[in-house]
Design a protein around this ligand. Structure first.
Ligand SMILES: [Zn+2]
Length: 157
């Protein structure tokens, strides 16, 4: 059987099950670096602006996804927003039941195209609703590491 021969049934494929040790490093790119540094060093949310499309990208992007213009204009956005959608998580990534459910939300920032997915803190699942006003809760500056987790989450205002 050659590599380009089409298999007719799944059972004809040769498979084996094992583990492959892999390591990887994720780079956030130029825009992501600046975005995370602004959170870490100054506790602010940055976006990039496409003047041609009148869009502000959060998280920031180096290029406009609509017109492909390189984006050089950076703006600070208010560290608040509205819940666009949310979900209640009751299990960890490995399937274990959580002691307390977590609320994950997609929060749109005012004037921004896009938003941030993060935890909702200090809200009970039954109290969360779409359109709810929330604000960013940053970690204390000395605890920040240059990660999106320098934001603890969003809390209702
Ligand atoms: Zn554009």
């Amino acid at each position: 059987m050659s590599l380009i021969e089409r298999l007719g049934t799944f059972g004809d494929a040769k498979v084996w099950y094992d583990n492959i040790p892999l390591e990887s490093e994720y780079t956030v790119g130029i825009a992501g670096e600046r975005f995370l540094r602004a959170i870490k060093d100054r506790g602010v949310i940055l976006g990039t602006v496409c003047p041609a499309c009148d869009l502000t990208y959060v998280p920031p992007s180096m290029y406009c996804e609509r017109c492909f213009t390189q984006l050089d204009e950076w703006v600070e956005l208010p560290a608040k927003g509205t819940v666009y959608t949310f979900t209640i998580v009751t299990r960890s990534l490995d399937g274990q039941a959580l002691d307390e459910p977590e609320i994950l939300a997609f929060v749109k920032l005012p004037g921004a195209h896009g938003g941030l997915v993060h935890r909702l803190t200090t809200a009970k699942p039954e109290d969360v609703e779409i359109g709810m006003e929330v604000e960013v809760v940053f970690k204390p500056q000395k605890e920040r590491e240059g990660s999106i987790l320098d934001i603890k989450g969003f809390k209702p205002t």
